[in-house]
Design a protein around this ligand. Structure first.
Ligand code: RB5
Length: 150
């Protein structure tokens, strides 16, 4: 898959190691920044990853910051982005099956590197179940368009 990756400074070394891992899994990875450990702002990279995925240029996105929280909130402000922040593989897997998440966010200060690799592998390998879940994703789209779910 074509995968867009972004992080802030807090997750910079974490991101570099995980990019190598995702390449070893056979994916085509593009790093959208940041490019150093110099202090920066996570919304910049949450937006970059989200727009790269929502545009269709990339199939999935990986977005990292200290907790994974700020960058996932930022990514989720882009309509069509469905970012999940998690620190264990079960939620990562279910977020694919039920929520068709297209961005995975991890916190470099929360998960160790080996757990991060496990979460990423499961998230990348798991498909979307569609069916009954699609109606709910359509409701999320309605919210994005300013509508109400009732
Ligand atoms: C940066 O210090 C930190 O706030 C950021 O990486 C992230 O954890 C925010 O959610």
């Amino acid at each position: 898959m074509k995968i867009a990756v972004g992080s802030d400074h807090a997750a910079y070394p974490f991101k570099l190691e995980l990019i190598e891992y995702v390449k070893e899994l056979g994916h085509d990875v593009t790093d959208l920044g940041t490019r150093s450990a110099e202090r920066t702002d996570y919304p910049i990279y949450g937006e970059k990853v989200a727009r790269a995925v929502v545009s269709g240029e990339y199939e999935r996105g990986l977005a990292f910051c200290g907790t994974g929280v700020g960058i996932s909130i930022s990514a989720n402000k882009v309509p069509g982005a469905r970012a999940v922040v998690c620190s264990e593989p079960y939620s990562a897997m279910l977020s694919r099956e039920h929520n068709n998440t297209n961005i995975l966010s991890l916190g470099s200060r929360v998960v160790g590197i080996e757990l991060a690799k496990m979460i990423i592998k499961i998230w990348l390998e798991t498909g979307y179940d569609a069916g009954r879940h699609q109606r709910r994703l359509d409701m999320i789209s309605t919210l994005e368009e300013g509508g109400t779910c009732g």
